[in-house]
Design a protein around this ligand. Structure first.
Ligand code: FE2
Length: 376
């Protein structure tokens, strides 16, 4: 049974000043949004639902909105060689720019966080069309990543004002991805506690789990991680910092290639990980593989599970257990040429943790990939 360093809840019950309903959307700045949209549609099973660009009167960028169940991704590319999007892509490659948070009151969310020290990305703005209005406001977080608060209770359109419904000639075939379970940020040396404090003080989050380099180290590399959770638990942001090891850790490799702090992985939940991962693999998504010997002893560690072990072994799905239940998870290889952002597919069966029991096998698998890239 794994043990966790849980933070004791504060005895004084404070009102949540930043209630968040969930992840509203994740926006990526990419080099070519048209092609990226096709990849997320055909490989990950998203439906392209909306579009903004030249044909809708937008002159400087193109955005595709993709949806699968509750997950919404926006892929945005610059139409010019200058400006925030072009500069972002030049520096970081394709990556996450916006983690948008669905709130009931965007102005209050902005004011509460700005009062507590957040740096403004943009002040509250009301966007309207025939389907109603959306209010948004943004603040900065680690690196060049931002949080945008989205209030959409008075909006009935496809996504938000400025976007037109997109009629794809290809019918999306979903793979069973349901919602964003958590999103992980990689921050620089000695920066983790700065960002833990940011999420605590500015956003009212709590540090619910901590892992140090003794939990997360292999022969060569190490990292530290703290999990931050919003007041109602619907938003979880683990934060990683590299730790000293004999060789370069995966977090350092990310920082070298992303050229700053940023989102390392997005974890998407499914109700049937075997079907989801089978579909993703057959459409070309590559996953990290642990040695097959992992499966010789895994049930001794995690005890009884409902699933047959054989398909889990064939697909490379990992298993872990905590006090509340177990979870099944698997990690993709990076989805860009730079070894930066990747995806996790997770099915929770009671467990609310993050797969600590798999860290060692997993990080050894990542190191084998780093070795191939010459970046260990
Ligand atoms: Fe994760």
């Amino acid at each position: 049974m794994e043990t966790f360093t849980a933070t004791t809840p504060s005895p004084t019950i404070q009102k949540d000043f930043l209630p968040i309903n969930g992840t509203d959307y994740v926006e990526f700045y990419v080099g070519n949004a048209k092609q990226a949209a096709h990849y997320y549609q055909t490989a990950f099973g998203f439906e392209i639902i909306a579009y903004a660009g030249l044909e809708t009167g937008v002159r400087d960028k193109a955005s595709y909105v993709l949806k699968q169940d509750k997950i919404r991704f926006v892929l945005t590319a610059s139409l010019t060689n200058e400006g925030e999007i072009a500069e972002h892509v030049k520096k970081h490659g394709d990556g996450v720019k916006v983690i948008a948070l669905w709130v009931d009151d965007a102005v209050k969310s902005y004011n509460e966080t700005i009062t507590r020290g957040a740096k403004s990305f943009f002040e509250p703005r009301v966007e309207k069309d025939a389907d109603g209005e959306v209010i948004r406001a943004g603040i900065h977080t680690y690196g060049e990543t931002v949080h945008v608060f989205v209030e959409r209770k008075n909006y009935n359109g496809i996504f938000m004002p400025g976007y037109k419904k997109y009629n794809s000639i290809v019918k999306a075939e979903p793979v069973g991805l349901k919602f964003v379970d958590h999103m992980v940020g990689n921050v620089g040396w000695n920066e983790m506690n700065t960002w833990v404090k940011f999420y605590e003080d500015v956003m009212g989050f709590k540090n619910i789990l901590s892992f140090d380099d003794k939990d997360i180290s292999t022969e060569y590399s190490a990292l530290m991680s703290k999990v931050m959770s919003g007041g109602n638990g619907r938003i979880k942001f683990p934060i990683n910092e590299p730790a000293e090891g004999k060789k370069k850790s995966q977090v350092e490799e990310y920082l070298d290639f992303y050229k700053s702090q940023g989102v390392q992985h997005v974890a998407m939940a499914t109700d049937n990980i075997i079907e989801t991962v089978y579909a993703l693999q057959s459409r070309g998504i590559e996953f990290l593989k642990v040695p097959s010997s992992y499966y010789d002893t895994v049930l001794d560690r995690v005890g009884h599970i409902d699933e047959d072990l054989l398909p889990l072994k064939e697909l490379g799905i990992l298993i872990d257990r905590d006090d509340e239940g177990y979870l099944l998870q698997i990690f993709s290889k990076p989805v860009e040429d730079r070894p930066t952002l990747f995806y996790e597919i997770i099915q929770r069966k009671g467990a609310q943790s993050f797969g600590k029991g798999n860290f060692k096998a997993l990080f050894e698998a990542i190191e084998r990939e780093q070795e191939l890239r010459g970046t260990l």
